[in-house]
Design a protein around this ligand. Structure first.
Ligand code: 3PG
Ligand code: CO
Length: 515
């Protein structure tokens, strides 16, 4: 048993309150009109940078530095918060799935054996994000899984797609569906009955997170399990093209694919196998609960088929959910939060719902709940529901700032940890003006927290998990903004590969990776 005892820090003063501020989606990039952080008034962040350059560093937040497969992989909140919270780099879900698929080990594990017992009589359903963004899932992994499962006896396969436009360009869904359709056609040539069965945009169908809005999961359930949706099509490419006339990829309404008799081609039935092929947890765990729990009261499931269900990964290490999975998740142990409770350091953590799990669940190594509720307090501020965040770009930044301020001034906590979501959540909408407002609000929240820290003579660290708001356009190799065929600027809704800043009051005491 390795000791939990931490030695005193060589230079950091003891007994001071530490504010740990994570600005979500706040990268560093050259100043131009598409850098919303630059355009916005951010006097607090500016003064942290300019006032004390020796205490300000850039750190990498993408690619191998955070455990992602390649240097082309942009950072994301899961890997960013895992790395910050654990203080170590773990091979992440994306990479672990790549390795398991390449070696074929994925097909030898308990999870695959469990589902494959349905292949003889039942259908294999694959549900997940159809994208090559590499944040929640990857198209090439789905392609390999389709091939591998059909080679190992799956005779009837139904894919339930969720369109992206958030980790990839809006509009790219059409191409992804075309690619998938041509793969499924090849499977059909080889005698496998394989089809797309349902779909919808990820932010409107299935991929809610942290129980912000169960209706999102219900809409998916109705289409995937019950075969019911407001829109019916006989062809998925046509479905996506048509529905895009009134919504973008992220928000496409749910649809089902029907046969010539208007009958849904792939509802989930007794005896079927289901795999959720996203490797990332936060936006799959709600569906995993609906698929796995006997007692479930979040919405009326109407039909609860007897299925064999496995996740691509186990999404929650504490809840052991789902119980069956194809690839073992990274074992993120001995995180900073666990060390703190063992050393009598009291923690306060806070964000609004859409990022709450980032500073708790992800921070603690994909583990829900407290390590020790007597030493920790986690506060969730309810997010606005049913809107896109460009409509309310200030989100709950000031409320988070107030809660953190009060926690600092109460002197009841040694570490006060927050995630300020604005740059990321509004950046993902692709609305440049709103993102500028978002960045200003985030800056005001930082000020509120730092003022409180100064009042109690504490210390602070301000950093970010990955970039987003600092670049809102797609660019060519030389950095020029790109336009589509109709001359429209290509908006970048996704994260970036930019470094993030790391500012603290005692920089010499920290090890940082300088880009
Ligand atoms: C999302 O889930 O909203 C995006 O795919 C990634 O954003 P996050 O990593 O900042 O949460
Ligand atoms: Co994001």
């Amino acid at each position: 048993q390795v000791s939990w005892k931490l030695a005193d820090h060589p230079t950091l003063p003891k007994g001071k309150t530490l504010a740990l501020i994570v600005l979500d989606g706040w990268g560093e990039d050259k100043p131009d009109e598409y850098n919303c952080i630059h355009v916005a008034q951010t006097p607090t962040m500016d003064s942290l940078k300019q006032g004390a350059p020796e205490k300000w560093r850039l750190i990498r937040a993408h690619g191998k530095a955070v455990g992602l497969p390649t240097e082309d992989d942009m950072g994301n909140s899961e890997v960013g918060h895992n790395a910050l919270g654990a203080g170590r780099i773990f091979a992440q879900g994306a990479k672990l799935v790549d390795i398991a698929l390449a070696s074929g080990k994925i097909y030898e594990g308990e999870g695959f054996k469990y589902i494959s017992e349905c292949f003889e009589k039942g259908t294999l359903h694959l549900i997940g994000l159809l994208s090559d963004g590499g944040v929640h899932s990857r198209l090439d992994q789905l392609q390999l899984l389709l091939k591998g499962a059909s080679e190992r006896g799956a005779k009837r396969i139904r894919v339930h797609i969720l369109t992206d436009g958030r980790d990839v360009l809006d509009g790219s869904s059409v191409g992804f569906v075309e690619t998938l359709e041509s793969d499924l056609a090849k499977l059909r040539e080889n005698g496998v009955d394989a089809q797309i069965a349902s779909g919808g945009g990820r932010m409107y169908v299935t991929m809610d997170r942290y129980e912000n809005d169960w209706d999102v999961v219900k809409r998916g359930w109705d289409a995937q399990v019950r075969g019911e949706a407001p829109h019916k099509f006989t062809n998925a490419v046509e479905a996506v093209k048509k529905l895009r006339e009134n919504a973008n990829d992220q928000y496409l309404p749910p649809f089902v694919i029907v046969d010539e008799n208007e009958k849904a081609v792939g509802p989930i039935e007794d005896g079927d196998a289901v795999v959720t092929f996203n490797f990332r947890a936060d936006r799959m765990v709600m569906l995993a609960k609906a698929l796995e729990y006997q007692d479930f009261d979040k919405f009326d499931r109407v039909k609860v088929p007897k299925i064999r269900y496995a996740g691509m990964l186990q999404y929650d290490g504490e809840l052991k959910l789902p119980g069956r999975y194809l690839v073992s998740p990274p074992e993120i142990d001995r995180t900073s939060g666990e060390y703190l409770v063992h050393n009598g350091v009291r923690t306060f953590a806070c964000s609004e719902t859409v990022k709450f799990g980032h500073v708790t669940f992800f921070w603690n190594g994909n583990r829900s709940g407290y390590f020790n509720p007597e030493m920790e307090e986690y506060v969730e501020i309810p997010s606005d529901v049913g809107i896109t965040f460009n409509v309310q770009p200030k989100m709950k930044a000031l409320e988070i700032g107030e809660k953190a301020r009060d926690a600092i001034l109460s002197r009841k906590f040694d570490q006060v940890r927050v995630n300020i979501p604005n740059g990321d959540m509004v950046g993902h909408t692709g609305d440049i003006q709103a993102t500028v407002v978002a960045c200003k609000a985030a800056d005001e929240a930082v000020k509120m927290i730092i003022d409180a820290i100064e009042q109690v003579g504490g210390i602070y660290v301000v950093t970010a998990d990955h970039g987003n708001a600092e670049d809102m356009v797609k660019r060519n190799k030389s950095g020029q903004p790109l336009y589509d065929k109709s001359g429209k600027l290509q908006i970048l809704t996704s994260h970036t590969c930019q470094p993030v800043s790391f500012r603290n009051m005692h920089i010499s005491s920290f090890t940082v990776i300088i880009t």
